[in-house]
Design a protein around this ligand. Structure first.
Ligand SMILES: *[C@@H]1O[C@H](CO)[C@@H](O)[C@H](O)[C@H]1NC(C)=O
Ligand SMILES: *[C@@H]1O[C@H](CO)[C@@H](O)[C@H](O)[C@H]1NC(C)=O
Ligand SMILES: *[C@@H]1O[C@H](CO)[C@@H](O)[C@H](O)[C@H]1NC(C)=O
Ligand SMILES: *[C@@H]1O[C@H](CO)[C@@H](O)[C@H](O)[C@H]1NC(C)=O
Length: 347
Protein backbone atom coordinates (compact mmCIF):
# COMPACT_ATOMS: atom_id res chain seq x y z
CA UNK A 1 0.00 0.00 0.00
CA UNK A 2 3.06 2.24 -0.13
CA UNK A 3 1.97 3.51 -3.54
CA UNK A 4 -1.44 4.51 -2.20
CA UNK A 5 -0.01 6.41 0.76
CA UNK A 6 2.38 8.34 -1.49
CA UNK A 7 -0.49 9.23 -3.80
CA UNK A 8 -2.70 10.34 -0.93
CA UNK A 9 0.07 12.43 0.53
CA UNK A 10 0.71 14.06 -2.84
CA UNK A 11 -3.00 14.71 -3.18
CA UNK A 12 -3.13 16.64 0.04
CA UNK A 13 -0.62 19.39 -0.41
CA UNK A 14 -1.63 22.49 -2.31
CA UNK A 15 0.61 25.25 -1.05
CA UNK A 16 0.58 28.46 -3.06
CA UNK A 17 3.09 31.11 -2.07
CA UNK A 18 2.61 34.71 -3.10
CA UNK A 19 4.85 37.33 -1.58
CA UNK A 20 6.41 40.70 -2.20
CA UNK A 21 10.12 41.41 -2.51
CA UNK A 22 11.49 44.94 -2.65
CA UNK A 23 14.30 45.97 -4.98
CA UNK A 24 17.73 44.70 -3.86
CA UNK A 25 19.61 46.21 -6.82
CA UNK A 26 19.18 47.92 -10.18
CA UNK A 27 22.36 47.22 -11.99
CA UNK A 28 24.04 46.01 -15.17
CA UNK A 29 24.95 42.52 -13.86
CA UNK A 30 23.85 39.06 -15.02
CA UNK A 31 25.47 36.24 -13.02
CA UNK A 32 23.40 33.65 -14.88
CA UNK A 33 23.80 34.51 -18.58
CA UNK A 34 27.01 36.58 -18.38
CA UNK A 35 28.83 35.46 -15.22
CA UNK A 36 31.79 37.69 -14.38
CA UNK A 37 30.83 40.43 -16.85
CA UNK A 38 31.06 43.82 -15.08
CA UNK A 39 29.01 45.35 -16.61
CA UNK A 40 26.68 42.94 -18.42
CA UNK A 41 24.93 43.86 -21.68
CA UNK A 42 21.77 45.46 -20.27
CA UNK A 43 20.30 46.79 -17.03
CA UNK A 44 18.36 44.48 -14.69
CA UNK A 45 16.13 45.00 -11.69
CA UNK A 46 16.83 42.39 -9.05
CA UNK A 47 15.05 41.29 -5.88
CA UNK A 48 15.94 38.76 -3.17
CA UNK A 49 19.06 37.91 -1.20
CA UNK A 50 22.17 40.03 -0.79
CA UNK A 51 24.55 37.30 -2.04
CA UNK A 52 23.75 38.60 -5.53
CA UNK A 53 26.93 39.42 -7.45
CA UNK A 54 28.52 38.93 -10.88
CA UNK A 55 29.81 35.42 -10.19
CA UNK A 56 27.50 33.91 -7.57
CA UNK A 57 27.65 30.09 -7.43
CA UNK A 58 27.06 27.30 -4.92
CA UNK A 59 24.46 27.18 -2.15
CA UNK A 60 23.10 30.73 -2.14
CA UNK A 61 20.84 29.90 0.84
CA UNK A 62 24.02 29.66 2.94
CA UNK A 63 25.62 32.86 1.59
CA UNK A 64 23.09 35.63 2.11
CA UNK A 65 22.73 37.59 5.34
CA UNK A 66 19.52 39.45 4.40
CA UNK A 67 16.81 39.35 1.78
CA UNK A 68 14.33 41.85 0.37
CA UNK A 69 11.64 39.14 0.25
CA UNK A 70 8.91 38.71 2.85
CA UNK A 71 10.16 35.19 3.71
CA UNK A 72 13.43 35.43 5.59
CA UNK A 73 14.66 31.98 4.50
CA UNK A 74 14.49 32.97 0.83
CA UNK A 75 17.86 34.27 -0.39
CA UNK A 76 17.03 33.46 -4.03
CA UNK A 77 17.51 36.12 -6.68
CA UNK A 78 14.80 36.99 -9.16
CA UNK A 79 15.35 39.48 -11.96
CA UNK A 80 14.11 40.92 -15.25
CA UNK A 81 15.18 43.62 -17.66
CA UNK A 82 14.26 47.23 -16.82
CA UNK A 83 11.59 49.26 -18.60
CA UNK A 84 12.56 52.72 -19.85
CA UNK A 85 10.54 55.62 -21.25
CA UNK A 86 11.91 57.10 -24.47
CA UNK A 87 11.12 60.81 -24.80
CA UNK A 88 10.46 62.32 -28.24
CA UNK A 89 13.68 64.28 -27.74
CA UNK A 90 15.64 60.99 -27.67
CA UNK A 91 16.37 60.85 -23.91
CA UNK A 92 15.53 57.84 -21.74
CA UNK A 93 14.33 57.54 -18.16
CA UNK A 94 13.90 54.39 -16.07
CA UNK A 95 10.26 53.57 -15.22
CA UNK A 96 9.89 52.97 -11.46
CA UNK A 97 8.21 49.84 -10.13
CA UNK A 98 5.45 49.78 -7.58
CA UNK A 99 4.22 47.00 -5.29
CA UNK A 100 1.09 44.86 -5.47
CA UNK A 101 -1.80 46.53 -3.64
CA UNK A 102 -2.45 43.50 -1.46
CA UNK A 103 1.04 42.84 -0.17
CA UNK A 104 3.12 44.33 2.59
CA UNK A 105 0.21 46.18 4.13
CA UNK A 106 0.81 45.64 7.83
CA UNK A 107 -0.82 48.86 8.90
CA UNK A 108 -1.39 52.42 7.81
CA UNK A 109 1.89 53.63 9.26
CA UNK A 110 3.96 50.83 7.76
CA UNK A 111 6.12 51.70 4.76
CA UNK A 112 5.35 50.37 1.28
CA UNK A 113 7.48 47.74 -0.36
CA UNK A 114 10.18 49.60 -2.30
CA UNK A 115 9.75 48.77 -6.02
CA UNK A 116 10.45 45.09 -6.54
CA UNK A 117 8.15 42.32 -7.70
CA UNK A 118 5.50 39.87 -6.59
CA UNK A 119 6.75 36.27 -6.58
CA UNK A 120 4.61 33.14 -6.80
CA UNK A 121 5.43 29.50 -6.15
CA UNK A 122 2.32 27.49 -6.90
CA UNK A 123 1.70 23.83 -7.56
CA UNK A 124 0.03 22.68 -10.74
CA UNK A 125 -2.38 25.56 -10.29
CA UNK A 126 -3.59 27.62 -7.31
CA UNK A 127 -5.70 24.83 -5.85
CA UNK A 128 -3.83 21.60 -6.21
CA UNK A 129 -0.85 19.65 -7.39
CA UNK A 130 -2.69 17.31 -9.80
CA UNK A 131 -1.68 14.43 -7.50
CA UNK A 132 1.95 15.00 -8.36
CA UNK A 133 4.52 15.52 -5.64
CA UNK A 134 6.16 18.94 -6.06
CA UNK A 135 9.94 18.69 -5.73
CA UNK A 136 11.58 21.92 -4.58
CA UNK A 137 14.54 23.34 -6.51
CA UNK A 138 17.95 22.35 -5.15
CA UNK A 139 21.05 24.38 -4.20
CA UNK A 140 22.79 25.54 -7.37
CA UNK A 141 19.58 25.45 -9.42
CA UNK A 142 19.05 28.28 -11.92
CA UNK A 143 17.03 28.93 -15.07
CA UNK A 144 15.78 31.59 -17.45
CA UNK A 145 12.54 31.98 -19.36
CA UNK A 146 12.09 33.92 -22.60
CA UNK A 147 14.88 35.44 -24.66
CA UNK A 148 15.91 39.00 -25.61
CA UNK A 149 16.38 37.70 -29.17
CA UNK A 150 12.69 36.77 -29.62
CA UNK A 151 11.58 39.21 -32.32
CA UNK A 152 8.36 37.96 -33.86
CA UNK A 153 4.81 38.21 -32.57
CA UNK A 154 4.26 34.55 -33.41
CA UNK A 155 7.17 33.45 -31.21
CA UNK A 156 6.04 35.79 -28.43
CA UNK A 157 2.50 34.36 -28.55
CA UNK A 158 3.84 30.81 -28.36
CA UNK A 159 5.17 31.27 -24.82
CA UNK A 160 1.87 31.69 -23.00
CA UNK A 161 3.59 32.43 -19.70
CA UNK A 162 5.12 35.73 -20.90
CA UNK A 163 2.55 38.50 -21.05
CA UNK A 164 1.65 42.13 -20.26
CA UNK A 165 -1.42 43.64 -18.65
CA UNK A 166 -2.36 47.27 -19.36
CA UNK A 167 -3.41 48.30 -15.84
CA UNK A 168 -6.63 50.32 -15.78
CA UNK A 169 -6.39 50.28 -11.97
CA UNK A 170 -3.85 48.82 -9.56
CA UNK A 171 -6.08 45.73 -9.34
CA UNK A 172 -6.59 45.02 -13.07
CA UNK A 173 -5.87 41.37 -13.93
CA UNK A 174 -6.39 39.44 -17.14
CA UNK A 175 -6.55 41.04 -20.62
CA UNK A 176 -3.01 39.82 -21.22
CA UNK A 177 -1.11 40.63 -24.40
CA UNK A 178 2.14 39.16 -25.79
CA UNK A 179 3.41 42.65 -26.67
CA UNK A 180 3.75 45.96 -24.85
CA UNK A 181 0.46 47.89 -24.67
CA UNK A 182 0.18 50.37 -27.55
CA UNK A 183 -1.91 52.96 -25.66
CA UNK A 184 -1.31 54.72 -22.33
CA UNK A 185 -2.28 52.52 -19.35
CA UNK A 186 -3.85 54.56 -16.51
CA UNK A 187 -2.20 52.56 -13.68
CA UNK A 188 0.92 51.37 -15.51
CA UNK A 189 2.04 48.14 -17.13
CA UNK A 190 2.33 44.75 -15.45
CA UNK A 191 4.96 42.39 -16.90
CA UNK A 192 4.22 38.72 -16.18
CA UNK A 193 6.72 35.85 -16.31
CA UNK A 194 5.69 32.23 -15.66
CA UNK A 195 8.64 29.81 -15.64
CA UNK A 196 8.65 26.19 -16.79
CA UNK A 197 8.04 23.67 -13.99
CA UNK A 198 9.11 20.29 -15.43
CA UNK A 199 12.70 19.26 -14.60
CA UNK A 200 14.93 16.63 -16.22
CA UNK A 201 15.76 15.46 -12.70
CA UNK A 202 19.52 15.70 -13.32
CA UNK A 203 20.87 19.12 -14.26
CA UNK A 204 20.83 22.19 -12.03
CA UNK A 205 21.51 24.34 -15.12
CA UNK A 206 22.16 23.83 -18.84
CA UNK A 207 24.23 25.72 -21.44
CA UNK A 208 21.18 27.71 -22.62
CA UNK A 209 19.83 27.87 -19.01
CA UNK A 210 16.53 26.44 -20.31
CA UNK A 211 16.85 22.91 -21.69
CA UNK A 212 17.04 21.25 -18.24
CA UNK A 213 13.43 22.46 -17.88
CA UNK A 214 10.30 21.90 -19.96
CA UNK A 215 7.39 24.28 -20.19
CA UNK A 216 3.81 22.99 -19.96
CA UNK A 217 2.30 26.09 -18.38
CA UNK A 218 -0.56 27.81 -20.16
CA UNK A 219 -0.04 31.16 -18.46
CA UNK A 220 -2.59 33.10 -16.41
CA UNK A 221 -2.18 30.63 -13.50
CA UNK A 222 -4.18 28.01 -15.43
CA UNK A 223 -3.56 24.35 -14.64
CA UNK A 224 -0.39 23.30 -16.44
CA UNK A 225 -0.19 20.30 -18.74
CA UNK A 226 1.52 17.07 -17.62
CA UNK A 227 5.33 16.82 -17.56
CA UNK A 228 6.85 14.77 -20.42
CA UNK A 229 9.03 11.65 -19.89
CA UNK A 230 12.14 13.67 -20.76
CA UNK A 231 11.45 16.10 -17.89
CA UNK A 232 9.36 14.04 -15.46
CA UNK A 233 9.92 15.90 -12.17
CA UNK A 234 7.29 18.51 -11.32
CA UNK A 235 8.76 21.52 -9.55
CA UNK A 236 7.07 24.60 -8.10
CA UNK A 237 5.40 26.79 -10.70
CA UNK A 238 7.42 29.99 -10.34
CA UNK A 239 5.99 33.28 -11.60
CA UNK A 240 6.87 36.98 -11.34
CA UNK A 241 4.64 40.03 -11.64
CA UNK A 242 6.36 43.38 -12.07
CA UNK A 243 4.25 46.55 -11.91
CA UNK A 244 5.80 49.43 -13.86
CA UNK A 245 4.48 52.83 -12.78
CA UNK A 246 4.30 54.76 -16.06
CA UNK A 247 2.10 57.61 -14.78
CA UNK A 248 4.84 60.27 -14.52
CA UNK A 249 5.18 59.97 -18.34
CA UNK A 250 1.46 60.36 -19.12
CA UNK A 251 1.78 63.93 -20.39
CA UNK A 252 4.96 63.19 -22.36
CA UNK A 253 3.33 60.58 -24.65
CA UNK A 254 4.73 61.13 -28.20
CA UNK A 255 2.62 63.40 -30.43
CA UNK A 256 2.64 60.80 -33.23
CA UNK A 257 0.96 58.34 -30.84
CA UNK A 258 3.80 55.82 -30.95
CA UNK A 259 4.40 53.54 -27.98
CA UNK A 260 7.28 55.08 -25.96
CA UNK A 261 8.31 52.30 -23.56
CA UNK A 262 11.37 50.19 -24.28
CA UNK A 263 13.10 47.37 -22.41
CA UNK A 264 16.72 47.89 -21.38
CA UNK A 265 17.85 45.50 -24.16
CA UNK A 266 16.36 47.84 -26.85
CA UNK A 267 12.99 46.16 -27.34
CA UNK A 268 10.03 48.50 -27.81
CA UNK A 269 7.66 45.73 -28.94
CA UNK A 270 8.13 43.57 -25.86
CA UNK A 271 8.48 40.22 -27.65
CA UNK A 272 11.90 39.60 -26.09
CA UNK A 273 10.62 39.74 -22.49
CA UNK A 274 12.59 37.34 -20.28
CA UNK A 275 13.38 36.63 -16.64
CA UNK A 276 16.05 34.91 -14.57
CA UNK A 277 16.03 32.82 -11.40
CA UNK A 278 18.79 31.64 -9.07
CA UNK A 279 17.47 29.39 -6.30
CA UNK A 280 18.55 30.30 -2.77
CA UNK A 281 16.05 29.09 -0.17
CA UNK A 282 17.82 28.05 3.01
CA UNK A 283 17.92 24.34 3.85
CA UNK A 284 14.62 22.55 3.21
CA UNK A 285 12.44 25.65 3.72
CA UNK A 286 10.94 25.70 0.20
CA UNK A 287 10.19 21.96 0.29
CA UNK A 288 8.61 22.40 3.72
CA UNK A 289 6.36 25.10 2.30
CA UNK A 290 5.45 23.14 -0.84
CA UNK A 291 4.55 20.11 1.32
CA UNK A 292 2.09 22.26 3.25
CA UNK A 293 -1.39 23.29 2.15
CA UNK A 294 -1.20 26.97 3.04
CA UNK A 295 -2.31 29.62 0.59
CA UNK A 296 -0.82 33.09 0.18
CA UNK A 297 -0.87 35.01 3.51
CA UNK A 298 -1.57 31.83 5.48
CA UNK A 299 1.94 30.61 4.59
CA UNK A 300 3.23 33.46 6.75
CA UNK A 301 3.47 36.82 5.03
CA UNK A 302 4.22 39.83 7.27
CA UNK A 303 1.64 39.96 10.01
CA UNK A 304 0.49 36.36 9.54
CA UNK A 305 1.58 33.14 11.27
CA UNK A 306 2.48 30.22 9.07
CA UNK A 307 4.94 27.60 8.00
CA UNK A 308 7.49 30.20 6.82
CA UNK A 309 9.32 32.85 8.84
CA UNK A 310 8.64 36.42 7.81
CA UNK A 311 10.00 39.93 8.28
CA UNK A 312 8.49 43.41 8.17
CA UNK A 313 8.47 45.60 5.08
CA UNK A 314 10.91 47.98 6.82
CA UNK A 315 13.33 45.06 7.21
CA UNK A 316 12.81 43.99 3.57
CA UNK A 317 13.51 47.53 2.36
CA UNK A 318 16.73 47.77 4.38
CA UNK A 319 18.47 44.89 2.61
CA UNK A 320 20.60 45.93 -0.38
CA UNK A 321 23.73 44.95 -2.27
CA UNK A 322 26.64 47.28 -2.90
CA UNK A 323 26.70 48.26 -6.59
CA UNK A 324 29.79 47.09 -8.48
CA UNK A 325 28.61 48.81 -11.66
CA UNK A 326 28.14 52.49 -10.91
CA UNK A 327 25.86 53.96 -13.55
CA UNK A 328 23.09 56.50 -13.28
CA UNK A 329 19.78 54.65 -12.89
CA UNK A 330 17.69 57.70 -11.90
CA UNK A 331 18.16 60.58 -14.32
CA UNK A 332 17.51 61.22 -18.01
CA UNK A 333 20.02 59.37 -20.19
CA UNK A 334 21.15 59.97 -23.76
CA UNK A 335 21.22 56.21 -24.47
CA UNK A 336 20.20 52.96 -22.84
CA UNK A 337 23.18 51.76 -20.76
CA UNK A 338 25.27 49.32 -22.84
CA UNK A 339 23.06 49.70 -25.93
CA UNK A 340 25.17 51.67 -28.37
CA UNK A 341 23.58 50.15 -31.46
CA UNK A 342 20.92 52.40 -33.02
CA UNK A 343 17.41 51.53 -31.92
CA UNK A 344 15.27 49.67 -34.39
CA UNK A 345 11.98 51.47 -33.86
CA UNK A 346 9.06 50.43 -35.96
CA UNK A 347 6.58 53.15 -36.85
C1 LIG B 1 30.66 36.92 -5.31
O1 LIG B 1 30.38 36.28 -4.07
C2 LIG B 1 31.17 35.13 -3.86
C3 LIG B 1 30.66 34.40 -2.63
O2 LIG B 1 30.40 35.27 -1.58
C4 LIG B 1 32.62 35.54 -3.73
O3 LIG B 1 33.45 34.41 -3.52
C5 LIG B 1 33.03 36.23 -5.03
O4 LIG B 1 34.34 36.73 -4.91
C6 LIG B 1 32.10 37.38 -5.37
N1 LIG B 1 32.41 37.85 -6.71
C7 LIG B 1 32.39 39.13 -7.06
C8 LIG B 1 32.70 39.42 -8.50
O5 LIG B 1 32.14 40.01 -6.27
C1 LIG C 1 14.17 65.52 -22.93
O1 LIG C 1 13.08 65.85 -22.12
C2 LIG C 1 13.26 65.63 -20.72
C3 LIG C 1 11.95 65.91 -20.02
O2 LIG C 1 11.55 67.20 -20.22
C4 LIG C 1 14.41 66.46 -20.23
O3 LIG C 1 14.60 66.28 -18.84
C5 LIG C 1 15.66 66.08 -21.01
O4 LIG C 1 16.76 66.86 -20.61
C6 LIG C 1 15.41 66.26 -22.50
N1 LIG C 1 16.56 65.78 -23.26
C7 LIG C 1 17.12 66.52 -24.23
C8 LIG C 1 18.26 65.89 -24.95
O5 LIG C 1 16.71 67.63 -24.50
C1 LIG D 1 3.14 56.27 -9.46
O1 LIG D 1 3.91 57.40 -9.79
C2 LIG D 1 3.24 58.63 -9.48
C3 LIG D 1 4.05 59.75 -10.10
O2 LIG D 1 5.39 59.70 -9.69
C4 LIG D 1 3.06 58.71 -7.98
O3 LIG D 1 2.41 59.90 -7.63
C5 LIG D 1 2.21 57.52 -7.52
O4 LIG D 1 2.11 57.51 -6.12
C6 LIG D 1 2.83 56.22 -7.97
N1 LIG D 1 1.87 55.13 -7.73
C7 LIG D 1 2.13 54.10 -6.92
C8 LIG D 1 1.03 53.13 -6.75
O5 LIG D 1 3.19 53.94 -6.38
C1 LIG E 1 7.98 16.61 2.06
O1 LIG E 1 7.14 15.50 1.83
C2 LIG E 1 7.84 14.31 1.44
C3 LIG E 1 6.78 13.27 1.05
O2 LIG E 1 5.86 13.13 2.05
C4 LIG E 1 8.73 13.87 2.59
O3 LIG E 1 9.45 12.70 2.22
C5 LIG E 1 9.71 14.98 2.90
O4 LIG E 1 10.50 14.64 4.02
C6 LIG E 1 8.97 16.29 3.17
N1 LIG E 1 9.96 17.34 3.27
C7 LIG E 1 9.87 18.35 4.16
C8 LIG E 1 11.00 19.32 4.18
O5 LIG E 1 8.91 18.53 4.88
Amino acid sequence: MKWLSVLLQAGLSQAALRFGCSTVSIQRLDPLVEPGAIPSAHVHQIVGGNAFNATMTGDIGEQGSCTTCAYTEDFSNYWTAVLYFRHENGSYKRVPQYPNAQLGTEGHDAPDIKGGMTIYYTQKDFNGNGDKYITAFQPGFRMTVGSPTTNTLEAAKANKGLRYTCLQTILTRGSETPDLPKKPCPAGIMAIHHFPACWDGKNLDSPDHQSHMYNTNLGAFLEAGPCPASHPVRMPQLAYETMWNTTQFDDMWPKDGSQPFVWSYSDNLGYGTHADYVFGWKGDSLQRAMNDSCMFHACGSPGAQGILKTQTVAEMNECAVQNTVTEDTEGWLSELPGQKMPMKFTA
